[in-house]
Design a protein around this ligand. Structure first.
Ligand code: A2P
Length: 271
């Protein structure tokens, strides 16, 4: 079933729709998570970690768009997105049915704060995510700049179940064998997955594991310090708020494109 047949009342996006891009490949990770790759418009430029608005047409033929982090590094010639499937979500209830050779809309205006330019320099970078919030880190982890700027890069991913960690496990594997960044990543990239509902090797919310110090002890790293540590946060609203408070309490200042700081936050797309 294609996106169009799943919602027959909505007009189909085709090659003539403004800002249409072609879907090349779709992968379903679980019954609630999927990723898809689209052709990259020749003139499209972005910084690793940024997001764009993508979507389909609604019942009256108007674009129905949501913010999606680009899960590809700036140098890749295709663009990948990672999405939740919400059965009654206005967009993802239909987007989850796209197939190769379908078209979707992508507004070619990348923005976002999860960019290396928004951080001051340090020796360690924590990329803290829940659920589909890991998507922008799939971009940043394959950008050579990250390994040039930091001695250690720690990716944390917290999900309810083990199956939901498949995307980040695959990402780390691919990154460590990537022809461009693989060697640097093999030395510097540390992966810290946790589950909160299904039993696994490491259980608990990343926020609690940081607060208790368990995460730092597990990794043999010092506790968070503004001098050495920088943090990028992307996940649910609740996690973002808790991490923001934790970082602020540890003396880290929030950064932005216009004023780099010690940590940056962005909400993962949900719904
Ligand atoms: P939990 O199972 O304890 O709620 P969701 O599927 O609801 O989007 O959540 C994704 C993951 O984020 C879950 O593992 C969930 O844990 C975790 N999570 C939710 N709220 C927070 C928070 N405030 N801090 C850290 N992790 C959180």
């Amino acid at each position: 079933m294609t996106a169009s047949s799943a919602a027959s009342t909505c007009p189909i996006v085709d090659a003539s729709t403004p800002d249409a891009i072609k879907v090349l490949d779709v992968k379903h990770w679980t019954d609630k998570l999927f990723s898809f790759t689209v052709a990259r418009p020749a003139s499209f430029r972005f910084r690793s970690g940024e997001f764009v608005m993508i979507g389909l047409l609604n019942e009256v033929g108007k674009p129905l768009l949501r913010a999606y982090s680009i899960a590809s590094p700036f140098w890749e010639d295709t663009l990948t997105f990672y999405s939740i499937k919400v059965q009654d979500g206005p967009l993802t209830s239909r987007l989850q049915h796209i197939e190769a050779d379908d078209y979707i809309i992508m507004r070619p205006k990348p923005v976002g704060t999860l960019v290396l330019d928004a951080l001051t320099s340090g020796s360690r970078l924590y990329l803290v995510s829940t659920g589909t919030g890991v998507a922008p880190f799939a971009s940043l982890l394959r950008d050579p700049d990250i390994y040039e700027r930091f001695e250690q890069v720690i990716l944390t991913h917290t999900c309810r179940d083990v199956a939901e960690l498949a995307y980040s496990a695959d990402l780390v594997e691919r990154t460590k064998t990537d022809p461009l960044v693989g060697e640097m990543a093999a030395d510097k990239l540390i992966y810290y997955p946790t589950t909160t509902r299904e039993p696994s090797n490491r259980m608990g919310r990343v926020t609690n594991l940081m607060e208790s110090g368990a995460l730092f002890d597990d990794l043999g790293l010092p506790h968070l310090s503004a001098e050495t540590d920088k943090v990028m946060i992307c996940g649910s609203m609740a996690m973002n708020l808790d991490m923001k408070q934790f970082c602020s309490a540890a003396g880290l200042s929030e950064g932005a494109n216009s004023k780099p700081g010690d940590f940056v936050v962005e909400k993962a797309f949900v719904g």
